[in-house]
Write a protein that binds this ligand. Structure first.
Ligand SMILES: [Zn+2]
Length: 319
């Protein structure tokens, strides 16, 4: 859970001298991934007030997600007794490229979806809905809760790998709304097949699946085995860290800024940061240590909270 008492900054504009009653309004954020919905309720100061994870059957149809999501949002509002009158809207985070106007999911290889419209969901949901790429949401939440960072690359480590870039406190989306697609940086030419169909991408080496579904265990079981000294798991984890370091080093070389690790893998990485930094230091041509690596402050709820942030900022901007 993360909080911010001071920084109420909207789109780079500080809201100064404004006294906010934090629970005057609320927003929901939903992160949709391969096997779950994660829903957060946040107040105007980005305090997380409620959170729920719902396991999903895998589907290749956005229609299935729409029906389930409508039901789960209503259940969440009932379960946590949230006043619908004070709900600003529902932000939805998806692991894929969302069109610039937010109307269409153009490409989401981890969900196996391509060029699907959000029309039906927006029409049928009784609350305002905003849809955004999940890593942009995570990066936005991270930027919001950090007072001092101006330039930052946010690297989201989940089943998919994505990212977001902020330059001087402002998101950089690129010409095609595809900036920060760090998952498809090549870290091993001719290497493992990625969900995008190409070989050697960072996502093929550093997806959560590499240390869970690929070997038939949960991520908790993997890290328990690692702590117990499993040789197989140690080798697999070293391979993960080595490729992660190559990806991070490439980001650092291009952007020359802090790199924040987010997504739910980031909560497991802290004990292994020294090892990751060893790999990074060895790759760095300028003799830098790797203190530019930071762990997300919001950890595994960054993305749903970041999805909700859209409505918090919108509300504050209109005051
Ligand atoms: Zn790829």
């Amino acid at each position: 859970m993360c909080t911010t008492d001071e920084k109420l900054s909207t789109g780079g504009r500080k809201v100064e001298g404004l006294s906010i009653v934090s629970q005057a309004r609320f927003a929901l954020g939903v992160s949709i991934s391969v096997n779950s919905f994660r829903i957060s309720e946040v107040d105007l100061k980005m305090n997380e007030l409620a959170y729920k994870k719902i396991s999903l059957p895998r589907s290749n149809s956005l229609e299935d997600y729409v029906d389930l999501l409508k039901r789960e949002i209503e259940q969440f509002l009932d379960e946590f007794k949230i006043d619908r009158e004070r709900l600003l809207g529902v932000g939805i985070a998806l692991p894929g490229v969302v069109s610039e106007d937010g109307s269409k999911l153009e490409y989401a290889p981890t969900l196996n979806l391509c060029n699907v419209s959000f029309d039906r969901f927006e029409k049928e949901c009784p609350y305002p809905v905003h849809i955004e790429n999940d890593a942009n949401c995570g990066g936005g939440a991270e930027w919001f809760v950090r007072d001092s960072i101006k330039n930052v690359a946010y690297l989201s480590l989940e089943h998919g790998i994505g990212g977001a870039v902020f330059g001087n406190g402002v998101p950089y989306y690129g010409d095609n709304h595809r900036s920060g697609e760090f998952g498809h940086i090549c870290v091993e030419p001719g290497g493992l097949r990625c969900s995008c169909g190409r070989q050697g991408c960072l996502e093929a080496y550093c997806s959560v699946g590499r240390i869970s579904t690929d070997i038939g265990v949960t991520e908790e079981e993997f890290f328990q085995g690692l702590r117990n000294g499993s040789i197989e798991y140690i080798q697999r984890w070293e391979n993960y860290l080595r490729h992660l370091a190559i990806g991070i080093n490439n980001i650092r070389m291009v952007l020359d800024c802090d790199v924040v690790l987010g997504g739910f893998m980031s909560e497991y990485i802290e004990p292994y940061l020294p090892r990751l930094k060893e790999y990074l230091t060895a790759l760095n041509p300028f003799g830098e240590d790797a203190d530019y690596i930071k762990l997300s402050r919001c950890r595994k709820h960054t993305i749903p909270m970041g999805a909700a942030l859209y409505y918090i900022i919108k509300f504050l901007d209109e005051l």
